[in-house]
Ligand binder design. Structure first.
Ligand SMILES: Nc1ncnc2c1ncn2[C@@H]1O[C@H](COP(=O)(O)OP(=O)(O)O)[C@@H](O)[C@H]1O
Ligand SMILES: [Mg+2]
Length: 241
């Protein structure tokens, strides 16, 4: 489904952050990226979603293909329309908008009509009943866990086939992290969405994913099956760091 080959990314023309990253995400799988702070996880997600240009970042080498089509020269909206959405690091909900408005923002790239969007909106509350209760509240007044759920709900409204989550457990209590990872797994199964999960929380990430890749300093250093599963897949070529 997603294939990254030998990706190199620089910021401001000089800072080399990714050096030859390769990986594969298969249909309906959950892949975990583990890596310490600064390893290049967020940079990789931004390269996939087309957001690098807003940070003066550039893909210098390599290719990203989605369903066989090169996407590394496409703009972010086009990439969302192809079915890739990102749940950003730090949630980035619109604090002044209500929960409901935040969720609706997620559907702005869709062209399949109001009725379908309205049905999805209702269905998504099935995963996050607390958001239904909070729907008229300004997102800025929601708890960290609720904001994380909101960021996921917003991403789902784009009807992705691949959802990328950047450190969803950051700053949340362990119990809540377990709950959110349970939701991610349910979404993977019921919505048939592939998940690319970036995490520093290795224990949790390994519990939900089928394959894990760990990174150091812009290279993938090891790849291994995570939870025992018939769906286990390997991620690209790994390089010794
Ligand atoms: N906009 C930017 N300009 C220059 N350097 C950046 C920028 N964003 C990230 N970096 C650098 O790239 C490296 C990888 O960052 P990042 O992808 O955010 O890592 P991670 O998400 O794994 O913590 C870090 O050394 C960071 O300082
Ligand atoms: Mg990051």
């Amino acid at each position: 489904m997603l294939q990254i080959n030998n990706l190199e990314v620089v910021y401001s023309d000089i800072i080399l952050v990714l050096r030859g990253i390769s990986l594969t995400v298969s249909d309906r799988s959950i892949i975990a990226f583990l890596g310490s702070n600064g390893a290049g996880k967020t940079t990789t997600l931004k390269a996939i979603s087309g957001l690098l240009e807003y940070e003066d970042g550039e893909i210098k080498k390599g290719a990203i293909e989605f369903d066989g089509r090169p996407i590394h020269k496409m703009d972010p909206q086009e990439i969302v329309r192809l079915g890739i959405t990102q749940v950003p690091e730090g949630r980035r909900v619109f604090a002044e908008l209500t929960v409901e408005e935040n969720i609706r923002v997620g559907s702005h790239t869709r062209r399949d009509g109001k009725a379908v969007v309205a049905r999805d909106y209702e269905r998504i509350f099935g995963y996050f009943p607390i958001l239904r209760e909070r729907r008229r509240l300004q997102a800025g007044f929601c708890s960290g866990g609720e904001q994380q759920m909101l960021a996921i709900a917003r991403a789902l409204m784009a009807r992705p086939s691949l959802m990328m989550l950047d450190e969803p457990s950051l700053g949340l209590a362990p119990l809540l992290v377990g709950e959110i990872f349970g939701m991610i797994r349910r979404i993977n199964e019921e919505e048939q969405v592939s998940i690319l999960l970036v995490e520093q929380n290795a224990v949790m990430a390994l519990a939900v994913s089928s394959t894990a890749t760990s990174w150091r300093a812009g290279r993938s250093s090891s790849t291994a099956p995570a939870r025992s599963s018939s769906e286990t897949r390997t991620c690209g070529s790994s390089t010794s760091a």
